[in-house]
Design a protein around this ligand. Structure first.
Ligand SMILES: NC(=O)c1ccc[n+]([C@@H]2O[C@H](COP(=O)([O-])OP(=O)(O)OC[C@H]3O[C@@H](n4cnc5c(N)ncnc54)[C@H](OP(=O)(O)O)[C@@H]3O)[C@@H](O)[C@H]2O)c1
Length: 234
């Protein structure tokens, strides 16, 4: 095993907590994001920072060369833009969110699974959202997240026989910067349906991602872990 992991958006929020967990078990961690100003592991010798805008799908093969071979891929970077309504959604905004939240993760799986296949080992974790299960006022966010849940199922079938395990997490709100984009009204509504009455902490979501990417048995493959405190029991 290479013990090299790529964490997209590992500079803050949930991704940063994932980085922390991998550093604890001495992995080499490559982080791709745009803004490393507050990244606490700048000086860490096991960490490589790559500044890249993940809406640039065309540039991904070049980015992958820079990253090098990995055996673990955490497709975590993502964003939403609930200020746009379904009938007034600028074309550029739609393209950007579909690229970052769906097309890029799928491309990264396609690119990095090649090396994983050769080595007969790989772990991939995608970050979806409950938005991809029940819908979301940001229609393209919900569509992108539903897409990544489906991509997880497809790739489990395509890659499973090569020793590659791929899973997904679908969180309800987590206390990160992303919640700044949600209205106070929507946040209050959401808290009412959470039995514990609070949003999750980023380290709680990271713990699930870390398990899926490390000790999770291979029989858990193609699944989406509901990370919602029982608010969407099914
Ligand atoms: N927080 C929640 O309530 C919640 C709920 C369900 C699912 N999620 C999902 O969890 C994942 C992590 O989000 P978070 O909660 O940790 O939010 P966050 O703190 O806002 O982090 C988002 C991450 O994505 C990166 N990112 C966004 N756009 C990017 C771009 N164009 N290029 C490169 N990196 C980009 C950001 O890095 P830079 O800004 O530095 O580029 C940042 O690291 C996302 O996929 C999100 O959809 C979050």
């Amino acid at each position: 095993m290479l013990r090299r992991v790529l964490v997209t958006g590992g500079n803050k929020g949930i991704g940063l907590e994932v980085v922390k967990r991998f550093l604890e078990i001495d992995y080499e961690v490559i982080v791709v994001a745009r803004d490393f100003s507050d990244f606490p592991y700048k000086e860490n010798e096991k960490t490589t920072m790559i500044e890249y805008d993940l809406s640039d799908v065309e540039g991904l093969p070049k980015l992958a060369e820079q990253v090098g071979e990995i055996d673990t891929l955490i497709n975590n970077a993502g964003f939403m833009q609930p200020k746009y309504t379904y009938d007034n959604y600028p074309k550029e905004a739609k393209e950007k969110i579909m690229n970052v939240d769906l097309h890029t993760p799928v491309e990264l799986i396609t690119i990095f699974s090649e090396g994983m296949k050769k080595r007969g080992y790989g772990k991939i974790v995608n970050t979806a959202s409950i938005a991809g299960q029940i819908g979301h006022p940001d229609i393209w966010y919900g569509i992108a997240k539903a897409g990544i849940i489906n991509a997880t199922k497809i790739f489990a079938k395509l890659l499973g026989s090569h020793g590659i395990i791929i899973n997904c997490i679908a969180p309800t709100p987590v206390e990160t910067n992303m919640q700044k984009d949600n209205s106070e009204e929507r946040k209050a509504e959401f808290k009412k349906i959470l039995p514990c009455g609070r949003f999750a902490e980023p380290e709680e979501a990271a713990e699930v991602i870390f398990w899926l990417a490390t000790t999770c048995p291979e029989y858990v493959n193609g699944t989406t872990i509901d990370f919602n405190n029982g608010s969407y029991a099914r």
